[in-house]
Design a protein around this ligand. Structure first.
Ligand code: SF4
Length: 494
C-alpha cells in the first residue's frame, strides 16, 4: 500500500495556509490544513488543529483533500479505509445565497455521508466539521500587511434586503489603537494595483443607490484617499460611505473635498463623551476634542447621513444614556433645522475583538438596562437607532422589544454553535447561541454572541422562547404583534 507522503516542512504548509487566508482564499487555505492533517503532523500547537486531529485519531479515521485546490471537498475514510463521508467546501465569498449574505471571506462545510452512518459516526462527523471553522478563524489574521490584498467584503449589514454593505479596505494603518481592533497596526497600505482591481470588481456590484464603503484601518490617514475616490468615480461608482474615527476631518477643506467626491455617508466611531474613557477605548491620548470637532462638522453639513457607531464595552456602558444626550446636544447646536437626523448604531465586540481585548468586554446582562435607557434617550433626542446588523450585531433579545431591532436580512448561520456550555478551548471561536434559540422567531436574523463572549460571561443575557410556551408571549417574541416599525427611529422594518 502506498504510504502517505510526509510534507518536509509542516510549518511551511501552515504558513502558506495563513497567507491564503489573509488573502481571502479560504478554500485553498482549507486544502493546506487538510494536507497537514493527512500527513499526521504533530508539530503544530494550534489547539483547534489539535482538536480536529484528535477527532480523527479517536475515530480511527483519515481525511484528505479531494478535488482541485480552490473548489474541493474533504474526503473522510473510516477505520477500514472505505469512504465514510465527504465535507463539501462551499465558498461563501462575495455574494448572496438564497437571500442569505455571508461575512467574507469564509466557507461553509456541508457533510455528505458516503454510506449510512451510525449515530456516533454522525456525531463525530459533526464535531469534525465544527472543528474546521475555528481553524479557519485562527488563520484569518492578516500577515502583518505585507501580503495584504484589497479584498471586497460583503457584510450582512444592510438597509434593506438585498442591499449588502460592500466594503473596501484601502489601508491598515491607523492613528488610533483601539485594543479590540482586528487590524495589526504594523500593517501597511494596500498596493494601488490591488485597489484598482478591487474597484473594478466593485463597479460591477455597486448598483445605483448602493454605496461603496471605504474603510481601513483609518482611511483618513491614507494619503491616496482622494485619488482612490477619483478612480472609483471614473469607474462609475458615485456614492460612498466612509468608516472613520474623524481625526483629520477637522482640517480645513477636508470634509468639503470628500463630499464633493460623493462621500455622503459617514459611519463614525465614537464610543464615549468622557475624554478619559475615550482615550482608554481608543488607546490614544487627547484626541477627544478632534473627534468631537469632526462630528460637529459632519452635523453642520446638514444633509449627510451620519451614524455614530458605539461599541458597548466595560468602560462606556454605564454612560450610554449620557452619550446619547451628548449626541442630542451636539446635533441641536450644529445641525441645520431641516438637516438629516442622527442615527446611532450599537454593537458588540466581535470574535477578533474578544480575543484581543476580553478585558474590555461587558456582560450584556448588566449592560442591557443601560442600553435600554440609551434607546429611550435617543427617542427623546430625536435620534434614530439602527437595527442590529452585521458581525458586531447585538442579539435583539437583550432589549425588551427585540422585534424593533432585529435585522432585516437573514444571516448565514454556518459559524453558529447552539449549546449551553462554551467553556474550554473550543469555546473561543465562532458564534454562540442557546439551544432554545432554534425556536426563536429571529433565529435566522441573529448571530447570537461571539463564542469567546459566551465562554467568559455565559449565555444568561439571551432570552430564547421557553419550550412549550407561546413564543409570541415569552422570550424574543414578546414584543407587540405588528410592531414592525421601530419606535426609536430605526429606518427599516422587517
Ligand atoms: S433568543 Fe437567540 S436567536 Fe433569538 S434573538 Fe436572542 S440570541 Fe438571537
Amino acid at each position: 500500500m502506498r504510504r502517505p507522503t510526509r510534507h518536509a516542512d509542516p510549518s511551511g504548509l501552515w504558513a502558506e495556509a495563513r497567507v491564503l487566508a489573509s488573502e481571502g482564499r479560504m478554500e485553498e487555505a482549507m486544502a493546506k490544513v487538510v494536507a497537514l492533517l493527512a500527513n499526521g503532523s504533530a508539530a503544530l500547537t494550534n489547539p483547534h488543529f489539535a482538536a480536529a486531529r484528535e477527532i480523527l485519531a479517536s475515530s480511527g479515521w483519515t481525511a484528505c483533500w479531494s478535488g482541485p485546490q480552490g473548489s474541493g471537498r474533504i474526503a473522510v475514510r473510516g477505520k477500514d479505509g472505505s469512504p465514510l463521508a465527504e465535507l463539501h467546501v462551499e465558498s461563501r465569498v462575495a455574494g448572496t445565497t438564497d437571500g442569505t449574505m455571508s461575512i467574507t471571506p469564509t466557507v461553509c462545510l456541508r457533510p455528505v455521508p458516503s454510506r449510512a452512518l451510525s449515530r456516533p459516526e454522525k456525531a463525530a462527523l459533526a464535531r469534525l466539521s465544527a472543528a474546521f471553522y475555528p481553524i479557519l478563524e485562527t488563520l484569518r489574521a492578516q500577515d502583518e500587511g505585507r501580503k495584504v490584498k484589497a479584498q471586497l467584503e460583503i457584510h450582512e449589514a444592510s438597509e434593506d434586503a438585498g442591499r449588502p454593505d460592500i466594503i473596501l479596505r484601502t489601508t491598515f494603518a491607523c492613528n488610533q489603537r483601539c485594543p479590540f481592533c482586528f487590524v495589526l497596526h504594523e500593517s501597511r497600505n494596500v498596493p494601488m494595483a490591488d485597489i484598482e482591481a478591487a474597484l473594478d470588481a466593485a463597479a460591477a456590484q455597486v448598483r445605483p443607490g448602493l454605496s461603496l464603503t471605504i474603510s481601513g484601518g483609518e482611511p483618513l490617514v491614507d494619503p491616496r484617499l482622494v485619488a482612490i475616490l477619483e478612480s472609483a468615480r471614473a469607474k462609475g461608482i458615485r456614492e460612498f460611505t466612509l468608516q472613520t474615527n474623524m481625526i483629520g476631518l477637522d482640517k480645513p477643506g477636508a470634509l468639503e473635498t470628500l463630499v464633493g467626491l460623493g462621500v455622503t455617508r459617514y459611519d463614525v466611531s465614537f464610543h464615549s463623551r468622557q475624554p478619559k474613557m475615550y482615550d482608554l477605548i481608543t488607546g490614544t491620548r487627547g484626541q477627544f476634542p478632534r473627534a468631537a470637532a469632526g462630528l460637529k462638522k459632519l452635523l453642520a453639513a446638514g444633509d449627510l447621513r451620519v451614524t455614530p457607531c458605539v461599541l458597548l464595552n466595560e468602560y462606556n456602558y454605564r454612560d450610554l444614556p449620557g452619550l446619547m444626550g451628548f449626541f442630542g446636544r451636539l446635533s441641536r447646536s450644529s445641525r441645520p433645522k431641516a438637516g438629516r437626523p442622527l442615527e446611532v448604531s450599537f454593537s458588540l465586540m466581535n470574535g477578533a475583538g474578544m480575543n484581543n481585548a476580553a478585558f474590555m468586554a461587558v456582560d450584556l446582562e448588566k449592560a442591557a438596562a443601560f442600553l435600554w435607557k440609551a434607546v429611550g434617550r435617543c427617542k427623546e433626542e430625536g435620534i434614530g437607532v439602527m437595527r442590529f446588523d452585521g458581525e458586531g450585531a447585538l442579539p435583539p433579545c437583550v432589549l425588551p422589544r427585540p422585534r424593533d431591532f432585529v435585522a432585516v436580512c437573514r444571516f448565514s448561520q454556518d459559524r453558529v454553535r447552539y449549546a449551553d456550555d462554551f467553556s474550554g478551548e473550543l469555546g473561543s471561536v465562532g458564534r454562540a447561541k442557546k439551544p432554545g434559540c432554534r425556536r426563536c422567531p429571529f433565529d435566522d436574523r441573529c448571530l447570537g454572541v461571539p463564542a469567546e463572549y459566551a465562554r467568559i460571561f455565559g449565555l444568561g443575557a439571551l432570552k430564547p422562547p421557553v419550550r412549550g410556551s407561546n413564543a409570541t408571549r415569552r422570550g424574543p417574541g414578546a414584543s407587540p404583534r405588528g410592531s414592525s416599525r421601530s419606535g426609536t427611529g430605526g429606518r427599516s422594518s422587517c
